[in-house]
Design a protein around this ligand. Sequence first.
Ligand SMILES: NC(=O)c1ccc[n+]([C@@H]2O[C@H](COP(=O)([O-])OP(=O)(O)OC[C@H]3O[C@@H](n4cnc5c(N)ncnc54)[C@H](O)[C@@H]3O)[C@@H](O)[C@H]2O)c1
Length: 307
Amino acid sequence: MRVVVSGAAGFIGSHLCDRLLADGQEVIGLDNLSTGRVENLHHLQDRAEFRFFRHDICEPFQSDGRIDVVYNLACPASPRDYLAAPLETLAACSEGTRNMLELALRHRATFLQASTSEAYGDALVQPQSETYWGNVNPIGPRSVYDEGKRYAEALTMAYHRERGADTRIARLFNVYGPRMKRGDGRVLPAFLDQALRAVPLTVFGDGSQTRSFCYVSDIVEGIVGLAASDEATPVNLGGPDEITVLELAKVVQTVADVDCGVTHLELPQDDPNRRQPDIAKARRLLRWEPEVDLRHGVRLMLASYVE
Ligand SMILES: NC(=O)c1ccc[n+]([C@@H]2O[C@H](COP(=O)([O-])OP(=O)(O)OC[C@H]3O[C@@H](n4cnc5c(N)ncnc54)[C@H](O)[C@@H]3O)[C@@H](O)[C@H]2O)c1
């Protein structure tokens, strides 16, 4: 197999490259390094089966030779990153996704779009299954990401229906693990960073809002499994267990063995209240099940921060 991974220098993209290379596949990594880091790929620089191109997916990409799968992960993903670059985020989701779809179509390759639980917005149903259409503020500050990803899904389905593209859509819920930037603003890197500095963990609102976390190796298995399936409609991939942000703060303090307390800040606009995937579809179609327990995963992530 010869595959393209866009967003290869990012958190999930770099783990996906590792997984595909371990499987004996040849990987072409694309990234414009806007939010990713080339250090995430340093360990691959001597691998003959890996090639990296500093490339913005908003420009078309030409490749020699055949391509079997295009994994499209390139997009700012942390709220801090996409709120700082709203137009770039919309461009990655629109022109960028279209360029990656065209690349896949030219090579008759499978195309996989990394979508997000943010497509459900501030969900009014619990847990969220793929049949739920979502509750998204289309003009709020977060809409560049939520609506951008919803547009990318619509574009993917249009290429599938009208152009016969072989497509997949993975709706990823909160993913965590090594290589998340300590300062990227997402809750687990932020908590771990604060725990390591022994300062109070910042909780937005009263901390009763929930998230469901999934360790990166589990997500990568789900992504690879979905690409190998023939399911064109969206599939949720995420940890099925819901936890409040306050409970998560306790887990982090226990794992880091610190008692630094929490401070509360005002909840950001349109912050989702509850977030929990229904993963019945992934279980049924892909025989996929997350394996890494939250405490173990947090321990691995903490260890990577103190290496
Ligand atoms: N991490 C999560 O919890 C999560 C949850 C849901 C969905 N996702 C999706 O998974 C993908 C990867 O997320 P991540 O957490 O690894 O984020 P990340 O920021 O670490 O990785 C994204 C990568 O895309 C690159 N990129 C951004 N715009 C680009 C462009 N125009 N051209 C080329 N490269 C570009 C960045 O430089 C970065 O390396 C994203 O599409 C994100 O929306 C992530």
